[in-house]
Design a protein around this ligand. Sequence first.
Ligand SMILES: Nc1ncnc2c1ncn2[C@@H]1O[C@H](COP(=O)(O)OP(=O)(O)OP(=O)(O)O)[C@@H](O)[C@H]1O
Ligand SMILES: [Mg+2]
Length: 232
Amino acid sequence: MLEVKEIHTFYGLSHILFGVSLNVDSGQVVCLLGRNGAGKTTTLKSVLGMAPPRQGQIFFKGEEVTGKEPYIMVRKGVGYVPDDRRIFADLTVGENLEIAARKTEERKDWDKNAVYELFPRLREMDSRKGGFLSGGEQKMLAIGRALMGNPEFLLLDEPTEGLAPVLVRVLRGTIERLKGFGLTVLLAEQNVKFTLRLSDYGYIIEKGQIAYKGTVKELTENEEVRKTCGIQ
Ligand SMILES: Nc1ncnc2c1ncn2[C@@H]1O[C@H](COP(=O)(O)OP(=O)(O)OP(=O)(O)O)[C@@H](O)[C@H]1O
Ligand SMILES: [Mg+2]
């Protein structure tokens, strides 16, 4: 579904990604693991067109989309959950969801009610302003907003960051359900344990380059990877 080929991405003069390649097949959860500053967010932004690569190519459903603008990628079925949540503090939870609504002929599974079925907590908060939500509730709302765009493919940037362990478990259930609904996910994370439990395949990024890749079994059995990721 997604094929990233040898991309080089820059911020101004800073060269950040050095020939990153990765593949995500339809229906899979694929993870991109790496430490602070490794290039996870930049990879997701390169796919979405927020940080278009200067070299290399990106294909989505067989079509070249390198450098396409984010709104075009959203139209093509890509959803993005940014790490900084970017919800509207002055709008209610319901309004935050409604302004993100996007249905197409082929994809119309998600509406406000469906998001509330997935996150019952948000239904209770329907008329609360976004700025008055807890960190965990804001995360749910950010995922809900992306789902309102009825994506086929979801870019999830560090969803567990700052979440209490009990919410991390809830989130794992949520992502498993999304996979059950047929969504394909590229998940950028630092939380190795959480991520490997969920994923079909994984990439480890270090200093803007893919250092390791493999199935979850291959990654967890690789001594180097265990050291890098701090797996006991
Ligand atoms: N807007 C920017 N301008 C210049 N440099 C940036 C910008 N955003 C990120 N960088 C740099 O690019 C590198 C990769 O950052 P990136 O945000 O992709 O890492 P990350 O793996 O997502 O890290 P984190 O876990 O902290 O989110 C870092 O060295 C960072 O300082
Ligand atoms: Mg990041």
